[in-house]
Design a protein around this ligand. Structure first.
Ligand SMILES: [Fe+2]
Length: 367
C-alpha cells in the first residue's frame, strides 16, 4: 500500500528540516513535538527519516580485521588509573566510569573492542558522545568496521549509518500494535543477524530518555553455550541455521515504511567462534533465525525452541543495562542477544541511536 502522507517538517527550534513519513493509522505529524507543552525532540538532528525512494544495492563482502586483535591485552590506553569498573555479572557486563570514548586514541579503541568482546557488554557512563556530532560519531564507530546501513529503520538526514530508535506519544512506529498483541514485551535478538557479515562491536546511546524504564536486557550467548552438556555441544557444532530479513522487510512494507535493500536470507553456523577471544557462542536468535539447515520442520522447531527457551530463561547469565544521561552502551553482537524493555510511559519520549559496525563472516566452531 502506498504511504498515506510524506511531509516535510521544519523543526523550528533548530531550523533543521527533516522528512517524516506518516504511516497509516498515525495522526498527521506536525513537528515531532507531541507531548503537551513539549518543545519537540531535544536532538532534532537525529529525528528519524524514512524515505521510501531510498534504494541501495546488496551489501558487498569485505575483509574484516577485528580491532580487538591489535589490542594490548593489558589495555594501558583504556583502563588507566582513574578508571573504575563495576562488574555487573561474572559472565556478562561491565559498567565503566572514567573513560571518555570521544578521547580514546586508536590504541584505546582497539582495547575497547577487546574489552567489549571479553565482557560482552560495556556500559560507559558520563560520555560526551551524544554531543560530538554525527561526523565524529561515525568516525569513531567506523574504527570497528564499516557501519551497517539498516534496510528498514529510521536513519538521519545525510547519515544513513544511523539507526534511530524513536518513540513519543504519537510516534510509535514498529511498536505499539505489536506490543498490544503480546503478553510480555521481551523480544530477544541479535541485530541484523541475517547479513552475511553481521555486526560486531555495537554502539547504542540515548539522546533523550524517559524518567523511568527503557532499559536493555542482554544475555551471554557464550555462557548459554557453556551451560550445555558436552554431548549436546557436539551435536550442535557443524549445524547451520538460516537467518532471514524477509519478515522485517514485509513488516516495513505493510507499515508503509522503506525497504532500501532487498531482504536476504543467510546461513550461519549455529555455534560461532569469536575471532579474537576464541570463545564459542550460540549464534541463533528468536528475532531472525528461522530454521536449521538439513533438519525437517519439526526437528528444527524442536531444537530452536529448546535453545530459545534456554537463552531466555538464563537469568543467571543475563544483565540489565540502564541509561543515564551520557550513557553509551556497547555490546559484542556476535556473543550476545538483547531485548528492549518497553516499560515506560507512552507519553514519554525515548530517542536513541545505534551505530552498528559490521564484522567478519561468522566462523564455525569445529564439529
Ligand atoms: Fe536490537
Amino acid at each position: 500500500m502506498a504511504p498515506s502522507t510524506t511531509e516535510t517538517i521544519t523543526q523550528t527550534a533548530s531550523q533543521i528540516t527533516v522528512l517524516r513519513l506518516t504511516g497509516e493509522g498515525e495522526p498527521p505529524a506536525s513537528t515531532g513535538s507531541i507531548i503537551a507543552g513539549d518543545q519537540g525532540p531535544r536532538y532534532p538532528r537525529y529525528y528519524p527519516v524514512f524515505k521510501l525512494d531510498e534504494k541501495w544495492p546488496p551489501l558487498q563482502v569485505f575483509d574484516h580485521k577485528d580491532p580487538g586483535a591489535r589490542a594490548d591485552p593489558t589495555k594501558p590506553h583504556l583502563l588507566t588509573g582513574n578508571v573504575k569498573e563495576h562488574i555487573l555479572s561474572p559472565f556478562i557486563g561491565s559498567e565503566i566510569h572514567g573513560v571518555q570514548l570521544s578521547q580514546l586514541s586508536p590504541e584505546g579503541l582497539d582495547e575497547l573492542a577487546l574489552h567489549v568482546a571479553q565482557r560482552k557488554v560495556v556500559v560507559l557512563r558520563d560520555q560526551d558522545f551524544k554531543d560530538i556530532g554525527p561526523e565524529r560519531q561515525v568516525e569513531i564507530a567506523s574504527h570497528f568496521g564499516p557501519i551497517h546501513r539498516h534496510p528498514t529503520s529510521g536513519n538521519i538526514e545525510g547519515f544513513p549509518e544511523f539507526h534511530v530508535v524513536y518513540r513519543d506519544a504519537n510516534h510509535n512506529r514498529f511498536f505499539d500494535r505489536r506490543v498490544k498483541e503480546r503478553a510480555n514485551h521481551t523480544s530477544w535478538h541479535s541485530d541484523v543477524s541475517y547479513e552475511k557479515q553481521p555486526p560486531g562491536t555495537t554502539f547504542f546511546f540515548m539522546l533523550e530518555q524517559p524518567p523511568l524504564g527503557g532499559d536493555t536486557i542482554f544475555s551471554s550467548q557464550v555462557e548459554a553455550y557453556n551451560r550445555l552438556s558436552d554431548e549436546f555441544k557436539k551435536r550442535l557444532e557443524g549445524l547451520r541455521a538460516v537467518h532471514s530479513a524477509v519478515e522485517q522487510a514485509d513488516y516495513s512494507r505493510r507499515e508503509n515504511g522503506p525497504v532500501r535493500r532487498e531482504p536476504v536470507e543467510t546461513e550461519h553456523p549455529l555455534v560461532r567462534v569469536h575471532p579474537v577471544t576464541g570463545e564459542k557462542a550460540l549464534y541463533i536468535n528468536q528475532g531472525f533465525t528461522r530454521r536449521i539447515v538439513g533438519f525437517k520442520v519439526e526437528e528444527s522447531e524442536y531444537l530452536l525452541n529448546f535453545l530459545f527457551d534456554h537463552i531466555s530463561k538464563g537469568a543467571d547469565f543475563h544483565i540489565r543495562a540502564s541509561y543515564e544521561p551520557g550513557t553509551v552502551v556497547l555490546w559484542d553482537n556476535r556473543l550476545t542477544v538483547h531485548s528492549a524493555t518497553p516499560d515506560f510511559s507512552h507519553q514519554e519520549r525515548r530517542h536513541a541511536v545505534r551505530l552498528t559496525p559490521q564484522a567478519e563472516r561468522p566462523i564455525a566452531a569445529a564439529a
